[in-house]
Design a protein around this ligand. Sequence first.
Ligand code: CA2
Length: 155
Amino acid sequence: MSAPLSTLSPLSILVLHGPNLNLLGLREPQIYGTMTLADINQRLGHDAEQWGITLDCQQSNLEGELVNAIHQAREKHQGILINAGAYTHTSIALRDALSAVALPTVEVHLSNIYQREAFRHHSYIAAIAIGQISGFGLDSYRLGLQALVNYLRRP
Ligand code: CA2
């Protein structure tokens, strides 16, 4: 027999921000806009409330800390929304961690990484993510979260 709807806990998503994203709104507004990371998390929190889901937003500049957060997600969350920052283009460790926990993952980027330097065109994460959204600023996160929730709630 399945559990009654009221006893099911809400979907919980880990939102992971990588290196330097703590500087958002404080430096290089011409590339990354004027919103701070706190603004982004607040907006996502508002969306999450509307959709009846829970978010755990974390940021780290350290690769190992991001790996640990991904490992811990296995016990606590049903999906991962990640902007791995520059580690997107360099980190096999992050890709292996995401593969290992095997939670549905959506990769997002504020800027369009394909319009930028060639070294940003390759993502180690893209191949193991369910999808990638790049180039829409805050909307990359919001669209990514919506897509992830839709994926997790699919019949
Ligand atoms: O467009 C994105 O979201 C990126 O993930 C941002 C990364 C970059 O390395 C990726 O190629 C694309 C960089 C985040 C740095 O954020 C800053 C924010 C303000 C000032 C300086 C850096």
